[in-house]
Design a protein around this ligand. Sequence first.
Ligand code: NAG
Ligand code: NAG
Ligand code: NAG
Ligand code: NAG
Length: 195
Amino acid sequence: MWKKLIFCCCVGFLTVRHAKVLKCIHVKSRVLFDFQCVAHLTYTNLKCNSSNRNIGEFDYCYIKAVNRTYKYISLYYKLYKRPLSNITLNIQMLRKSNGYKPFTPNLEVDICKFLQNQRNPIMAIFYKSLKQFSNLNHTCPYITDVYVDKMHPANFESDFGRYIPIPEGDYALCFHFLAKKVEICNVCIFCTIFN
Ligand SMILES: *[C@@H]1O[C@H](CO)[C@@H](O)[C@H](O)[C@H]1NC(C)=O
Ligand SMILES: *[C@@H]1O[C@H](CO)[C@@H](O)[C@H](O)[C@H]1NC(C)=O
Ligand SMILES: *[C@@H]1O[C@H](CO)[C@@H](O)[C@H](O)[C@H]1NC(C)=O
Ligand SMILES: *[C@@H]1O[C@H](CO)[C@@H](O)[C@H](O)[C@H]1NC(C)=O
């Protein structure tokens, strides 16, 4: 049993408390550790904000609790300015300790490029969890309203918890969408990670 494990991965240095299985894999000459943590994730809050109402607005954005353990996210973004074909996504992961502080370096992804080649491994994890619940599952340009329907964290738990061990605690995952480098909207998912 590993009490404490410190390792380097594409998102930076992270500390892990409970890891059960550990094996090494080599990805493009970089050593990554592949192991399973007994991590669970539950949504605690969701905030959506349209920074530019000329481009689009949120119709709804909420978490619904089906029961104590099963919660899902639904949101709907009305896109006024169509087509949208130059989109950057900036992902921030924040951890709560005297307020929310950055936990990983910001990840900036050119969405249209990513959708064509799906090469960014971190983004691929988010995309895999998202695409089955959303109409964001095609390449650019975006010409319709965007929705996420009843997204629950099961896949995200198994994929993200597997590659990126995360200590227990309260987190915020914020997704900032930019068109031609200017923010159009952001979505923050607040969650608790526990073992
Ligand atoms: C939300 O967007 C409005 C502009 O529509 C902006 O004034 C405000 O600062 C934003 N709030 C947050 C928390 O991003
Ligand atoms: C909660 O709801 C989900 C989805 O309907 C279901 O699969 C699960 O068994 C439920 N859990 C409990 C404890 O009732
Ligand atoms: C994208 O999602 C929609 C709605 O779930 C589905 O009808 C469509 O077939 C999907 N398209 C692709 C390319 O996966
Ligand atoms: C996207 O917009 C930015 C800022 O206007 C510009 O620098 C960049 O070249 C554009 N990219 C594409 C693929 O059009």
